[in-house]
Design a protein around this ligand. Structure first.
Ligand code: AHZ
Length: 324
């Protein structure tokens, strides 16, 4: 670069600097940031600030009203509707990945746009997410816009706690009738890295979140509403369809349907219709692609209306349960 060009660039920068405003403009005294400092802190203060809150949350949510397994598009949609309508319910979301959002950071394959068929756009309106209206369907310019928006709104609710990097390994169950009926009474959790290392170690015992509405002896407290589990762990895969696969070993009357081939038109409405309470095990609800694996429905591929709407439908059933 010639000297003249360098001088011009510097002049341009100085000219612009006068008009640059950002959140730190008032605290940066010198133009080259050479006097910049953070407020001092002890390393132990940082440790305590994190761990105290985490363990307080573990303590608070050890008994929860709603446990949502999986923070993908269907689970987050359901969490939003439940938390918005019932700020009094304790809602724990357990996500095995470090990053919540499931498959909805992209549209289909590695393409960024997210397609939702109407009337799922009404949910986008509720969330304040912009889209292009293509008539029968709408397009959000990046799936990450949907995921980050619904995620941020869900996390803002004071009654919601997301435990990410935590896997549900099993269900807590209780007898619920004379003929072998079973109720889910909680979830068995472990940090995902521990759950993945079970083959390397002798048993690493897990942790538990109990559902509300049980007495100390494990029987139902009939004077209270009991808590519920909503499973939204996606379709069959390394971690996916966890509860569907577990539940067919608990409910001898049910075989795992297995996800069928892609049929966009059939799949979306079918997933919505089959989502909600699972009759075979009390207190368990399903939404999203896990419903397809459980009930043997087609997959829909890269169109996300059914994920949002099945989450809303399951949320509505759960809200009715707590309202009755
Ligand atoms: O990490 C998983 C993901 O974030 C999480 N998860 C799975 N097993 C878990 C476990 N404990 C805790 N045991 C677990 N978390 O569940 C989340 C599932 O999100 P997803 O995006 O895979 O599922 P979804 O049903 O919400 O959305 C599916 C989106 C798809 S797949 C598909 C197709 O293949 O045709 N089409 C659509 C729209």
């Amino acid at each position: 670069m010639s000297q003249t060009t360098t001088n011009t660039a510097t002049a341009q920068l100085q000219l612009n600097a006068g008009t640059i405003h950002h959140s730190l403009s008032d605290v940066v005294k010198t133009e080259d940031w050479s006097d910049f400092e953070f407020t001092p802190i002890r390393e132990s203060t940082v440790s305590r600030a994190m761990t105290r809150r985490y363990f307080q949350d573990m303590d608070k949510f050890a008994v929860s009203d709603v446990v949502i397994i999986g923070a993908g598009s269907s689970g987050l949609s359901a969490a939003y509707v439940i938390a918005k309508n019932r700020p009094d319910l304790k809602i724990a979301i357990i996500e095995s990945n470090v990053a919540p959002g499931g498959g909805a950071w992209l549209g289909g394959q590695l393409f960024s746009a997210m397609i939702m068929r109407k009337p799922a756009h009404l949910f986008l309106n509720d969330l304040g997410i912009q889209y292009e209206d293509e008539g029968d369907y709408v397009v959000v310019k990046h799936a990450a816009l949907f995921t980050s928006t619904v995620l941020s709104k869900v996390l803002e609710f004071p009654n919601v706690k997301l435990f990410n990097a935590t896997a549900v390994e099993d269900l807590v169950t209780r007898p619920a009738g004379p003929n072998g009926e079973v109720s889910a009474a909680g979830v068995v959790t472990n940090w995902t890295l521990v759950a993945m290392a079970h083959d390397l170690q002798s048993c690493m015992d897990p942790n538990v979140i109990e559902l509300s509405g049980y007495k100390d002896d494990g029987t139902r407290d009939e004077s209270k509403k009991h808590g519920v589990i909503l499973s939204t762990t996606g379709h069959d895969g390394p971690f996916g369809a966890f509860t569907a696969k577990r539940i067919v070993t608990i409910d001898s009357k049910k075989n795992l349907g297995g996800m069928k081939g892609l049929d966009m038109n059939r799949a979306e409405a079918a997933v919505v219709k089959e989502s909600g309470a699972y009759d075979g095990v009390n207190s368990v609800y399903f939404a999203g692609m896990e419903s397809a694996t459980l009930h043997g429905l087609n997959r829909m591929g890269p169109t996300f209306g059914a994920m949002a709407v099945s989450g809303i439908k399951a949320a509505e059933e759960i809200l009715k349960h707590f309202a009755e």
